[in-house]
Design a protein around this ligand. Structure first.
Ligand code: NAD
Length: 434
C-alpha cells in the first residue's frame, strides 16, 4: 500500500510500487544518496524516525459501550526545528505509514526552508462510524496520550485526512487544560477565533499558483496564453484554478469525484465556484454553460494543455495513462499523484514535473506563519501572510530549479537532494549527543 506517497525521484531506475510507504521512503533516500556525499552514519540517522509512540485510546461510545482505538505519533526528525505534521483519522493507518508521512513532512519543511523538522500522527478509526461527540472524546483522549510528545517548541500537529479545524480546536483546548495555561502554538489549522491564520484556507492553492507562474516563466510559457487542466475541485484545486485564472490563464479542464468538464475557451472559474458553493455535496455535477462539454475523468488527465494540476488523490498518473499525458508541465497539487513508473514515462517524454513536496508546500508554510503569530501573540493581516507565502514559494522554486540545472536531474530529485542535504547539514552541525 503506497497511499499518500510522495512519488519516485524521476531517475531512469525502476522502482516498485504497491509497497509499504516506509520502504518507499527508503528507496527514495537511496536514489538521493547516489547524488550526495553524505557520510554513512548520517544516512543511518536519515533513514530512521527519531521517536514513535503508540497509544491505546479507550472511549465510551454513545451507547455506553467502551471501545479501544490505537493511535500513533511519530517524530521523524527534529534536526531543523520542532516536528511538524498532520493527524490522520483513517481505518488504514499503520505505524509504517505514519513514519513515512513524518519523513515526507521532514523533506517538505526542509525544501521550503522553514525551521521545522517532520512529524505525523494518526488514529486507526473510521470517522464516518463515529458521532461528533465520540470524535471529540477520541480526539481529547488522543491529545492526552500524546501530550508528553507535543508542544509549541517540540511537535506541532495539524489537520490531515479526515481531520479539520474542529479537531484542532479540541486539541488546543485539551492541551491548554493539561498544561494549565493556553497553548495556541501547540497545533495549527485552528479556527481563526482560536488563533488560526487568515489565508490558511487558500494557502496551498496559492502556493500552487506561485509555483506554476515561476516554472512557466522559466520555460518561456506566457501565463496569459497557458491552457490548464485541474483534477480535483476541492480545497487545493479550486483555489489554484481561481488564482491561476486571475493571472490570465485559461482553465480548460476541471473535475471532481462527480465528473469532468472541458471548456476550450476557458471556464469562468468564479462562476463555477458560485455554482459549487450551493450544489449538492459542493460538486461540479450538473454544471453547464455555453461551450462546456462533459468528458471522463480519465480524459481530463490527457487533455492537450500546457499545464496539468492533479489536485485530488494519490496515484492518478499511472503506467497506463502516463504515455497519453499531453501536458508540458505537471504541478503536483496532491500528495503522490504520480506513481514512480509513471514518473519515468513522463521524464522520457520531457514533461516537467514539479514534485508535491514543493508544489503543495504552501499549506505547511502558512501553518508555520500561524505558529509564528501564536508564539508572538501578534496576528497578521491576510495580505502579509499572502506576500510572505509568495516570497517563500518563489525562493523555493528558484533553489530547486537551480539545483536541477546544476546537477542535470529532475525537479523531483533536485527537491529531494536539497531537502535531505539541509537535514544532513543540521545533523552534522549539531553533532551526536552524548
Ligand atoms: P479536498 O477533499 O478538499 O478535495 C479533493 C477533491 O478531489 C474533491 O473535489 C474531490 O471531489 C476530488 N476527487 C476525488 N476523487 C476524484 C477523482 N477520482 N477524480 C477527480 N477528482 C476527484 O482535498 P484537498 O484538501 O484539496 O486535498 C487534495 C490533495 O492535496 C490531497 O492529496 C492532499 O493530501 C493534498 N494536500 C492538501 C493540502 C491542503 O492544505 N488542503 C496541503 C498539501 C497537500
Amino acid at each position: 500500500m503506497a497511499s499518500q506517497q510522495v512519488s519516485g525521484t524521476g531517475t531512469k531506475r525502476s522502482v516498485r510500487t504497491k509497497i509499504n510507504p516506509y520502504e518507499m521512503l527508503l528507496q527514495q533516500l537511496d536514489l538521493v544518496r547516489e547524488q550526495t556525499d553524505i557520510p554513512a552514519g548520517t544516512w543511518e540517522i536519515l533513514r530512521r524516525a527519531e521517536r514513535a509512540l503508540e497509544v491505546s485510546l479507550p472511549i465510551t461510545r454513545d451507547d455506553g459501550e467502551v471501545e479501544v482505538f490505537t493511535g500513533y505519533r511519530v517524530q521523524y526528525s527534529s534536526a531543523r526545528g520542532p516536528c511538524k505534521g498532520g493527524i490522520r483519522y483513517h481505518p488504514a493507518v499503520t505505524l509504517d505509514e505514519v513514519k513515512a508521512l513524518a519523513g515526507w513532512m521532514t523533506w517538505k519543511c526542509a525544501v521550503v526552508n522553514i525551521p521545522y523538522g517532520g512529524g505525523k500522527g494518526g488514529i486507526i478509526c473510521d470517522p464516518t462510524r463515529l458521532s461528533e461527540r465520540e470524535l471529540e472524546r477520541l480526539t481529547r483522549r488522543y491529545t492526552a496520550m500524546i501530550f508528553p510528545l507535543i508542544g509549541t517548541m517540540r511537535d506541532i500537529p495539524a489537520p490531515d485526512v479526515n481531520t479539520n479545524s474542529a479537531v484542532m480546536n479540541w486539541i488546543v483546548d485539551t492541551a491548554g487544560l493539561l498544561h494549565g495555561e493556553p497553548v495556541p502554538g501547540i497545533v495549527t489549522g485552528k479556527s481563526i477565533e482560536l488563533g488560526g491564520a487568515l489565508g490558511r484556507r487558500e494557502a496551498t492553492g496559492r502556493g500552487v499558483m506561485v509555483v506554476t507562474l515561476g516554472v512557466l516563466q522559466r520555460l518561456g510559457i506566457d501565463i496569459t496564453k497557458a491552457r490548464i487542466a485541474v483534477q480535483g475541485f476541492g480545497n487545493v484545486g479550486s483555489i489554484a484554478a481561481e488564482l491561476l485564472a486571475k493571472q490570465g490563464a485559461k482553465i480548460v479542464g476541471l473535475s471532481d469525484v462527480s465528473g469532468a468538464y472541458y471548456c476550450p475557451t476557458g471556464f469562468p472559474v468564479d462562476e463555477v465556484l458560485r455554482y459549487t458553493a450551493t450544489s449538492p455535496g459542493h460538486l461540479l455535477a450538473g454544471y453547464s454553460a455555453r461551450g462546456v462539454e462533459e468528458i471522463t475523468n480519465d480524459e481530463l488527465l490527457t487533455l492537450d494543455v500546457d499545464v496539468l494540476v492533479p489536485a485530488a488523490l494519490e496515484a492518478q498518473i499511472v503506467t497506463e495513462n502516463a504515455k497519453d499525458v499531453r501536458a508540458k508541465v505537471v504541478i503536483e497539487g496532491a500528495n503522490g499523484p504520480t506513481t514512480p513508473e509513471a514518473d519515468l514515462i513522463l521524464a522520457e517524454k520531457d514533461v516537467v514535473v514539479v514534485p508535491d513536496i514543493l508544489a503543495n508546500a504552501g499549506g505547511v508554510v502558512c501553518s508555520y506563519f500561524e505558529w509564528v503569530q501564536n508564539v508572538q501573540c501578534f496576528p497578521w493581516e491576510e495580505e502579509e501572510t499572502n506576500q510572505r507565502l509568495g516570497r517563500v514559494m518563489q525562493r523555493s522554486v528558484d533553489e530547486v530549479w537551480k539545483l536541477a540545472k546544476e546537477r542535470n536531474v529532475s525537479l523531483r530529485l533536485a527537491a529531494f537532494i536539497l531537502a535531505v542535504e539541509r537535514v544532513a547539514q543540521a545533523i552534522r552541525l549539531r553533532g551526536i549527543f552524548p
